[in-house]
Design a protein around this ligand. Structure first.
Ligand code: GAL
Length: 674
């Protein structure tokens, strides 16, 4: 493959047949005899790709600069002989004991000043110069040795950047933070202005006096904290880039690092996705969630969106229970396959697990695996083997794209800013709001792409902003242009409040969207904890609302619902504005997914969208290639469903004009387009 300039273009997916199937493989935890059995059982399960070496730094570079590749050579050869490809890890999430002994200053320092010790993982400062040097050495050494090994098809740098800690207050971090701030602001005047240091007497005259926001008597400067969050993410990315570039000196194979899209935390995945050749994600069901399949769908849609719609890899999920949540609920029969195929429905071209063989020792021995402690005479193993066959049957789906109907805004920086302290109430939860709006769209049969407020949104008839607390002026202009151009925008409460430095917009709350929405906010009126206040729609119907109200000031919008009680009694609660050729809806209180139907009925009409309400529990997602469309029908409910789509079910081979979707099962119906 060459690009327009004649150079070899880097592949954006590992060279394996069809959809990749496999998981993390940690042979270093097992005697050599087990390796042969592993390869045989991998073949039995249809495994095509395993991630190797993610935590084996100390066994590869046994002393600084002294490498022992013997065992890894042997493992890679065995895998290759068995027809299994390798996603080769760089083991930098867990530096060896010798590294910390030689460089104790590289340990992470907490905000309270505690240095974190060896004997876990992820305990190293991304700003440590010694660490930076060491990761480039090991990544480059691995690439040099294995770039042309026939088993190796891609690189897996590090593991889950930002986990378990993303922030570090060590002296190295302080130095790097100051350098980053100099670069960002250029002058102390600009920094003092952006951080609002006139408040509480925090003015700076010397760069040297600035530190990371370590423990303070009461809350620290919010703009400083927000910048520290950005800086911390930047430092992690710099570590990734250093390793990636070391690898690229020797190898053209695609490079990835595994994201955690369902954690709204440390890493801005829009930025990260620009740096990898292929996006990959780890997803673990939240056991306490009564509908974990919705959290899964959100994470998968987000992963696809940051990948720009390109196929991505599900790098890790679990076959059954996990050991790091309060209760590691075991998956019910069929649930693993539903989870795996739901990821594929939402755009994954790989189904991988943590991990191949359950560990006998160490922190994760109670975590499920493809090959459980119980061995092959087990439900999990039988389901894994069946799933391997199902994934193989979907080979032709590879490369097809998900068709989305609407965009929902997902802005990490805004989430980080909203999570700072001392908001009007302390439990304004962006994740909860995104989920409520997403659930409404999903119940209406619509597929969601996520986007940033600065993206070109013109291809979406409807854009929803469930939690856009921070909104840059230029992004507000983009949204306003989108509406003027004929788009329909739905915005939820406590949005467009601050600029990129967590400073309230000069025109007041919501003012940057005043033109687009025809309304702004005079005052926030949070409801006392535990109270609620209904809203009354213009047709007289009533919906429950709770938690939050706002005193809206109309600037051209029509009122669609008013508050029936609370501090806002009689005031507008939901409005619809018109701007140019489009419309802007504003929802100033907390509505459940059900109550939001009152908003979306109108917004769909404005956007020209016909909702396709589905039977409860039946998820329908469509992928499309030039030749065919693939309708994934996933029945999460405990009763049978029916779908009226003609085609061939790739999983059963059946061709029909409509299909039963039995309780808990999945259909993938191919429909030819030519
Ligand atoms: C992931 C991690 C794996 C393993 C897994 C267990 O977050 O990348 O190494 O710890 O969790 O669920």
């Amino acid at each position: 493959m060459t690009d327009a300039t004649g150079r070899r273009a880097r592949a954006t997916f590992p060279d394996v047949p069809g959809l990749a199937f496999g998981g993390d493989y940690n042979p270093e935890q097992w005697p050599r005899e087990t390796w042969r059995e592993d390869v045989r059982l991998m073949q039995e399960a249809g495994v095509t790709l395993v991630s190797v070496g993610i935590f084996s730094w100390g066994l590869i570079e046994i002393r600084e600069g002294e490498f022992d590749f013997g065992w890894l050579d042997e493992v890679l050869d065995l895998l290759h002989d068995g027809g299994i490809s390798v996603d080769l890890g760089t083991p930098t999430a867990s530096p060896p004991a010798w590294f910390f002994a030689a460089h104790p200053e590289s340990r992470v320092q907490t905000a309270e000043g505690t240095r974190l010790g060896f004997g876990s993982r992820g305990m190293v400062s991304p700003s440590s110069p010694a660490y930076r040097e060491a990761i480039v050495r090991i990544a480059t050494a691995l690439a040099e040795r294995y770039a042309h090994h026939p088993a190796v098809v891609m690189w897996h740098v590090h593991n889950e950047y930002g986990a378990p800690v993303s922030e570090d207050h060590s002296p190295a971090s302080n130095d790097a933070f100051r350098a980053w701030l100099r670069e960002r602001y250029g002058s102390l005047d600009a920094l003092n202005d952006a951080w609002g240091t006139a408040f509480w007497g925090q003015h700076y005259e010397e760069w040297e006096h600035i530190s990371t926001p370590a423990a303070t008597p009461t809350i620290a400067n919010p703009a400083q904290k927000l910048d520290f969050h950005r800086f911390s993410d930047h430092q992690l990315r710099a570590c990734f880039v250093a390793e990636r570039d070391g690898i690229r000196r020797h190898s053209d194979l695609p490079v990835t690092t595994n994201f955690m899209a369902n954690q709204h935390g440390g890493c801005d995945l829009w930025e990260w996705a620009q740096l990898v050749d292929v996006v990959s994600d780890d997803h673990y069901l939240v056991a306490a969630d009564p509908h974990p399949e919705i959290g899964l769908a959100i994470a998968a849609d987000l992963t696809r969106s940051v990948a720009g719609g390109a196929p991505w890899m599900l790098m890790e999920h679990s076959t059954s229970g996990i050991n790091w949540q309060p209760t590691g609920v075991a998956k019910r029969p069929g649930e693993m396959a539903r989870n795996s195929l739901a990821h594929v429905a939402h755009g994954a071209d790989a189904v991988m697990f943590f991990q191949w063989r359950a560990s006998r020792r160490g922190a994760e021995k109670f975590h499920s695996a493809m090959l459980p402690h119980a061995g092959t005479d087990s439900r999990v193993w039988r389901e894994v083997v069946q799933l391997g066959a199902d994934v193989a049957a979907l080979a032709e789906v590879r490369g097809s794209r998900v068709e989305a109907d609407v965009a929902v805004l997902w802005d990490y920086e805004s989430f980080w800013a909203q999570d700072l302290e001392w908001r009007p109430v302390d439990d304004l939860d962006h994740g909860e709001r995104v989920r409520a709006f997403y659930e409404r769209l999903r119940a209406d049969g619509l597929t969601v792409d996520f986007a940033l407020p600065g993206h070109d949104l013109s291809r979406y008839p409807l854009v929803v902003a469930p939690a856009q607390y921070m909104l840059r002026a230029r992004d507000a202009e983009n949204l306003t242009r989108y509406v003027a151009g004929g788009g329909t925008l739905v915005v939820s409460s406590f949005s467009a409040v601050v600029d990129e430095n967590d400073g309230v917009h000069p025109g007041g709350f919501l003012s940057p969207l005043r033109d687009a929405l025809g309304v702004d906010v005079e005052e926030y009126l949070p409801l006392a904890r535990g109270t609620s206040a209904d809203i009354v729609w213009s047709d007289g119907s009533v919906s429950p609302a709770d938690h939050w109200q706002e005193h809206l000031r109309l600037a051209g919008a029509e009122v669609r619902a008013t508050y029936a009680a609370g501090g806002g009694a009689g005031l507008p609660a939901v409005t619809r504005g018109s701007h140019g050729a489009g419309h802007g809806w504003y929802v100033s209180t907390r509505l459940s997914a059900d109550a939001l139907s009152g908003v979306f009925r109108g917004a769909y009409a404005d956007a020209g969208i016909t909702p396709r309400p589905r039977d409860e529990g039946l998820e329908i997602v469509r992928r499309r290639s030039d030749a065919a469309s693939y309708t994934f029908a996933i029945n999460h409910a405990d009763h049978d469903r029916e779908i009226a789509i003609a085609g061939t079910d790739l999983l059963s081979g059946e061709t029909a004009g409509s299909f039963a979707v039995p309780a808990g099962s999945v259909r993938v119906i191919r429909h030819d387009l030519t």
